[in-house]
Design a protein around this ligand. Structure first.
Ligand SMILES: [Zn+2]
Length: 95
């Protein structure tokens, strides 16, 4: 009952990201204990957390699409649907 509430992104998302990354790198199944330890390490390090999510998205191709402004090409996180500067609908960046 002392479990801290993770702000923002869900922990499940991060764990899933770790599975993708580690699975892709090592080619073997990661057990839950390893995953929990890694997840804890990542939780303490926002940069690592962000990097893992970025890598995972790139590897899996299932991550939320990056969006960009059709006016100036500025990229925004998938949370944005409209350019805050130009007030136009953002387009989805495809690779
Ligand atoms: Zn714009």
């Amino acid at each position: 009952m002392t479990r801290p509430q993770a702000p923002g992104e869900s922990r499940a998302e991060v764990v899933s990201a770790m599975e993708h990354v580690l699975g892709a790198v090592s080619g073997k199944t990661i057990d839950e204990k390893d995953l929990r330890k890694l997840n804890n390490d990542i939780e303490k390090d926002p940069q690592a957390k962000s990097a893992v999510q970025t890598i995972s998205n790139a590897v899996s191709g299932q991550g939320p699409a990056v969006r960009y402004c059709p006016v100036d090409g500025e990229r925004y996180s998938p949370k944005f649907t409209e350019c805050p500067v130009h007030h136009v609908s953002l387009k989805i960046l495809t690779q």
